[in-house]
Design a protein around this ligand. Structure first.
Ligand SMILES: [Zn+2]
Ligand SMILES: [Zn+2]
Length: 604
């Protein structure tokens, strides 16, 4: 096991959190790798052999049927090229773990009719997936057609990734030492070496020479560069298992693209072994089986989460920096069909609509936002206020907006309504399109102090003073099933620890040390007084003990937008970018609880 090192492990599913580093160091292999399951005489395991039609050819296929009545989740295991390593050992372990496993030969390989090309193999796997979704097939072989996972090694890894990225109903994909066909000609020396190998290995392949396959790959270079599939794969669990082989750099590039896209379920594991994992087959089985087992646990957990009444929806996780991917601070707590907003940074109304559509949470439709709490009056937290008032009204809110916040809120509200007097008058005059619900343009602004500030049948809200550049509050929300605390902008304060005290979710700002060190002295001293470093947050969270810590409002200039005034002339353009990895490292090395780096539209 020494040779295994875990490069990174981020495992999140929608609604679930970053789980910290996964203790993969599999001191003990999963039972399925080393022991047969109990005998089931009613529904014994079996081997089914059949053909799958694909473009006029019958593909040889066989299915290891798992023990038990099922329906079983099913893995499709496309083989390499030409497929001397069928990964039969992997298939057997996966079956012992309770999954059905389908193997097949591509057209034009191993005696199957037709001629082989990489494009036809891409078609073949699509047909195999289609076959497994046939209700009759599913019933006959005790498979669950909704739970298909693709796992492939080498060329099979490419095929698995291609199919998963082009079929969003595939649940998850594992790519093991996968070849990136889109880039096999990128390095002339590497191309030469590969071509030589292929020339000697294609005996079981009919209808294609090595150089023809290379030409085909070059022709499709753009579509077949798997790094480009990150966007399509980002929303599903992806396992990347790397070897010390010629595909390592491409696998790394895919992993990094997935992280860049904030993939919700990436696990990347590097094993020090050859391309075929010759001396680590048992470890490979353990890695794959553990990953599959985790998919099952996470799914049942996700099902449980989706039945919870209270959700946290991050609408904006940014700062004053105009990061196109991070809207101004705004968070919604949704209880059943009702939403409560905290802060309304720029972009809030559009992000609320996006969350309503993309996360299917109608409670955050702009017209449904009726109650809001503001942590402090800094512009990054309030520049969306006029849009919330007026955009919410034109989107259907017919009652006044109720807003709670520090001293100055009433005056800000009056001035905004005054500033938009012409708009409001025009919309409510006898011809105005909002004349039937004029009250929607009104706002009841409540200036608060610490203590209980709001209560209805779904939620109780308590404010506590925080330490920022002006009067500022954090809030504790109690709902029928969860307690949630949000910090707003603040230096660490004990009140947050008291308010949370084992709460379900603590949403807290954090500034990375590595980035702070690069900022000008004036900004460093402001942050030291009025914000929280990752180190301080780790310490605070250890005392507050939230079940989940969500980090937001982190200073970060994404690559390309750092203003020159903050950079020395020699500094690179992304010198002030706080990558998710940076935060992960700074928090993860200091805090052992469960935490997540919040992103816009994340739901917890
Ligand atoms: Zn702020
Ligand atoms: Zn602030």
């Amino acid at each position: 096991m020494k040779s295994l090192h875990l490069l990174a492990s981020t495992l999140t599913l929608i609604g679930l959190a970053f789980l910290g580093s996964w203790p993969l160091a599999a001191q003990t292999a999963p039972a399925a790798v080393v022991a047969d399951p109990p005998v089931d005489r009613q529904s014994p395991p079996g081997l089914a052999m059949f053909t799958v039609p694909s473009h006029g050819v019958d593909l040889d296929a066989w299915l290891y049927v798992a023990s038990g009545a099922g329906p079983h989740r099913t893995v499709v295991l496309p083989h390499g090229l030409p497929g001397y390593e069928m990964s039969g050992d992997l298939a057997q372990s996966i079956r012992r773990a309770g999954w059905n496993v389908l193997l097949f030969h591509y057209r034009g390989t191993w005696g199957v009719g037709g001629t082989f090309s990489q494009s036809s193999a891409i078609e073949d796997i699509a047909e195999v997936v289609r076959f497994l979704r046939d209700p009759e097939v599913a019933a006959k072989y005790r498979t669950d057609p909704k739970q298909l996972v693709l796992i492939g090694h080498s060329f099979g890894g490419f095929i698995a990734g291609y199919e998963a990225s082009h079929d969003s109903d595939v649940k998850a994909v594992a790519m093991i030492a996968a070849v990136n066909l889109g880039r096999i000609s990128a390095d002339p020396k590497e191309r030469e070496a590969r071509l030589k190998r292929w020339e000697t290995q294609l005996h079981p392949v009919r209808g294609a020479t090595a150089s023809e396959l290379f030409a085909e790959a070059e022709w499709h270079a753009k579509d077949w560069d798997y790094v480009q599939w990150a966007e399509a794969l980002r929303s599903r669990p992806v396992l990347l298992v790397e070897a010390d082989d010629q595909n390592h750099a491409d696998m790394e590039a895919l992993a990094s693209a997935l992280r860049q896209k904030r993939a919700i379920g990436l696990e990347q594991i590097a094993v020090s072994t050859d391309h075929s994992f010759s001396d680590h087959r048992l470890l490979l089985q353990s890695i794959v089986v553990r990953w599959l087992e985790k998919l099952e646990t996470n799914e049942s957990q996700a099902a449980k989460e989706s039945s919870t009444r209270t959700k946290v929806v991050l609408l904006g996780t940014g700062t004053p920096i105009p990061d196109p991917d991070r809207s101004g601070p705004a968070t919604a707590i949704v209880v059943d069909d009702r939403a409560y907003l905290i802060d309304f940074g720029p972009g809030v109304v559009r992000r609320a609509e996006a969350a309503a559509l993309k996360r299917e949470i109608p409670a955050v439709e702009p017209g449904n936002l009726k109650v809001a709490f503001v942590t402090h009056l800094h512009s990054d937290h309030t520049a969306g206020y006029s849009d919330l008032i007026l955009g919410g009204w034109t989107s259907g809110r017919s009652v006044p907006l109720e807003v709670y916040g520090p001293t100055g809120l009433q005056s800000m509200t009056e001035h905004l309504l005054q500033a938009y007097r012409v708009d409001i008058e025009t919309r409510t005059n006898p011809e105005g399109n909002q004349r039937r619900f004029p009250n929607g343009s009104k706002v009841n602004a409540h200036e608060i102090k610490s203590g209980l500030i709001y209560k209805d049948d779904k939620i109780t809200v308590t404010a506590f003073a925080t330490k920022h550049a002006m009067e500022s509050y954090g809030y504790r929300f109690e709902t029928p099933d969860r307690t949630i605390v949000i910090s707003g902008d603040t230096n660490p304060v004990d009140a947050t620890i008291t308010a949370c005290n084992g709460c379900d979710v603590l949403i807290h700002e954090a500034q990375p040390l590595e980035l702070l060190a690069k900022l000008p002295e004036s900004m460093q001293s402001f942050d030291a007084k009025y914000h929280t470093t990752t180190e301080q947050l780790a310490e605070l969270a250890a005392k507050a003990k939230p079940k989940l810590l969500v980090i937001y409002h982190t200073v970060s200039f994404p690559p390309g937008i750092a203003p020159p005034r903050l950079l020395s002339p020699k500094a690179v353009a992304d010198a002030l970018y706080a990558s998710p990895e940076m935060l992960q490292k700074e928090i993860g090395s200091r805090y052992s609880g469960k935490f997540a780096i919040g992103g816009d539209l994340d739901v917890y």
